[in-house]
Design a protein around this ligand. Structure first.
Ligand code: 5RP
Length: 222
């Protein structure tokens, strides 16, 4: 099975976690795109979605799924999203698609986080994938030095040769060279640095369930 087929498999499997009549929290990325496509098959049985990015909003709306603003909704039963890395405790690195801030906001609004990923995303320790950090541009240089003090190398993410600008109008640093052995402690520490909008470690908003696509089928990890 190709990686794309594994993504389709977990995208479809995630439909089992969608409560009829509810508003669904929807993440961002190529795996979530498979979920959105599958969700279209039950669009008449859900009230709609809260989306974590402009890209997911456009895809949902194109398929006829109503998108609510997060501020219009109190609590969501379930949030479905992918990950760049996930460990056996459900802690994740996210933000490869630059949507980490809104992803964390919608995840925090949801009772259950269902992560969908192909099995290549499962790791023992977080940190091989460059850690995305959304930052206020004027703080980027100082935050780069703070990561250097932890042994990390931060690089400004570019798109077509210029700094990528997120949906929130900010920049992304991708940090290599870190081994994140204490995800909760690390997230707490980096969150306190002035100018950090969101760090891509999802420890406080970890996955409650992970559907991992493998050649033998979907493995459920809780
Ligand atoms: C976007 C994310 C994505 O969930 C993550 O990058 C995984 O993406 P994909 O499903 O394309 O591998 O965090 O900000």
């Amino acid at each position: 099975m190709t990686q794309d087929e594994l993504k389709t498999l977990v995208g479809q499997a995630a439909l089992h976690y969608v409560e009829p009549g509810s508003i669904v929290g929807v993440g961002t990325g190529s795996t979530v795109n498979k979920f959105i496509d599958a969700l279209a098959s039950m669009k008449d049985r859900i009230a709609g979605a809260v989306s974590s990015s402009v890209a997911s909003t456009e895809r949902l709306q194109a398929l006829g799924i109503k998108v609510f603003d997060a501020a219009e909704v109190d609590e969501l039963a379930v949030y479905i999203d992918g990950a760049d890395e996930i460990d056996h405790a459900g802690y994740m690195i996210k933000g490869g698609g630059a949507a980490l801030t809104r992803e964390k906001i919608v995840a925090a609004q949801s009772r259950k986080f269902v992560c969908i990923a192909d099995e290549s995303k499962l790791v023992q320790t977080l940190g091989n994938f460059p850690l995305p950090v959304e930052v206020i541009p004027m703080a980027a240089q100082r935050i780069t030095r703070q990561f250097a003090a932890l042994g990390g190398v931060a690089a400004l993410r570019l798109k077509e040769g210029v700094p990528l600008v997120t949906d929130n109008g900010q920049h992304i640093l991708d940090v290599t060279g870190l081994k994140i052995t204490d995800p909760l402690g690390f997230e707490t520490q980096v969150n306190q640095w002035p100018g950090v909008v969101t760090v891509g470690v999802f420890a406080f908003q970890k996955a409650n369930v992970c559907l991992l696509g493998a050649p033998g089928g979907v493995k459920t990890m809780v």
